[in-house]
Design a protein. Structure first.
Length: 250
């Protein structure tokens, strides 16, 4: 599976040359991550469809939850979630982003938030973009009928109608991988010719599922979220999550 496309956008934020190198942009990055409600960083990918709602074991340390693990019958860790504070990679702190960069990325998020469900596109924003960056933006498909969801994911994945505890399917959002192929020069010329603030070039989805988020509801009005994510390279997959201790999981 190709890396989730939102990771590339976050990577752009780290690599932008206008941001000083001896600083830390973790606060801004965490804000974007919380906004998208997606995983921050996958250290290793796993080659199975992991249903997060079926995480098998809970490991605790002291008073706080340290991480969640899904193990196979051999005791090998197939998937685990750790709090972002446990990430051992290099971390830098940013007191303040360059105003131009901040404006560019805020515009990028604003445009993506306005897209219709099931849209994938290459986006070029003219203002505050001296490097002429082109972003890949997308919004997942949205369904309220389970039959439509099942048809979209195919026979290889079974999406349950009900879950233990009397929870019944309510709705779902899902996305496939994107064929990230576009013509930068064509976007530049289009923006110049049409004098537009931004231009987009539609992108195609592949037939391979990237992720699915489904919501279930019981008769008392309680909700349960069910997540399926497509990974590769089974052993040792780790996802780092913001504020893991504040999340309730079973």
């Amino acid at each position: 599976m190709k890396p989730n496309k939102s990771h590339e956008n976050i990577k752009d934020l780290f690599n932008d040359p206008r941001i000083p190198q001896e600083i830390d942009i973790s606060h801004q990055v965490m804000t974007k991550i919380k906004r998208e409600k997606e995983r921050f960083f996958v250290k290793y990918k796993v080659s199975i469809l992991v249903a997060i709602g079926l995480i098998a074991s809970l490991t605790t340390g002291y008073a706080a939850v340290q991480y969640y693990q899904l193990k196979n019958e051999k005791g090998e860790v197939l998937y685990q979630e750790k709090d972002i504070s446990q990430y051992e990679g290099k971390s830098k702190i940013v007191k303040e982003l360059d105003p131009e960069t901040d404006t560019l990325y805020n515009k990028r998020w604003e445009i993506e938030d306005s897209l219709e469900p099931g849209t994938a596109a290459a986006l070029y924003i003219v203002a505050n973009n001296p490097k002429k960056l082109v972003f890949t933006v997308s919004t997942p498909f949205s369904y309220t009928a389970l039959t439509d969801v099942q048809k979209k994911v195919g026979e290889g994945i079974v999406v349950p109608k009900t879950l233990p505890g009397g929870f019944t399917f309510l709705d779902a959002q899902l996305a496939n991988d994107i064929k990230n192929q576009y013509d930068k020069e064509a976007l530049y010329k289009q923006a110049e010719k049409e004098k537009k603030e931004f231009v987009m070039q539609p992108l195609e989805w592949t037939n391979e599922l990237d992720y699915m988020y489904a919501t279930y509801k019981d008769s008392e009005g309680s909700y349960l979220n069910f997540s399926i994510t497509n990974y590769e390279d089974v052993e040792g997959s780790t996802t780092y999550v913001v504020d893991l201790d504040n999340q309730k999981k079973r």
